[in-house]
Design a binder for this molecule. Sequence first.
Ligand code: GLN
Length: 196
Amino acid sequence: MTVTAGVVAVQGDVSEHADAIRAAALAHDETAEVREIRQSGIVPDCDLLLLPGGESTTISRLLHREGIAQEIEAHVDDGKPVLATCAGLIVLSADANDERVDSLGLLDVSVERNAFGRQKDSFEAPLDVTGLDDPFHAVFIRAPLIEDVGDAEVLAEWDGRPVAVRQGPVVGTSFHPELTTDHRLHGLAFFETVHG
Ligand code: GLN
């Protein structure tokens, strides 16, 4: 089967996410056709969405300005999957604790931007992730801290803090799963979950 994968291409690791979703699809005997999203009208054609990192202030502003934000909300209402990484997680959160981020509230978590970054700008760590058999090598870059988790399920923690969460069809990570050649997290978000 061919799935249409939309990558929000306002900022961030667009080509890395495109490569990761193509590889994850192949590993599940599927094919992903990737579309880049910079304006409204594309999200409704997509089976799944990727929301890369970048600066959450800029991304949220553009999503609202271009009318993409409500299309993402409708996509999730339809039960279709989304993987949001780093700034993408901040944009989908219920509360970004920053008035410059108009977050969409699709993941019931509150976050603190750049909180890990205060200790160290970037770092890498092996994580145990619910649903993956072996540890996942995670790359954190000025990563948000997930402070409160409401209805979301915690999939992974680092140092006792949640760093990957799922709520229905939406998976959010503080780290960047597109920056390694391990595409299992993309597979988990899109091809191994029973969404309902
Ligand atoms: N620091 C960015 C923000 O707060 C997120 C960093 C990233 O996506 N790598 O928006």
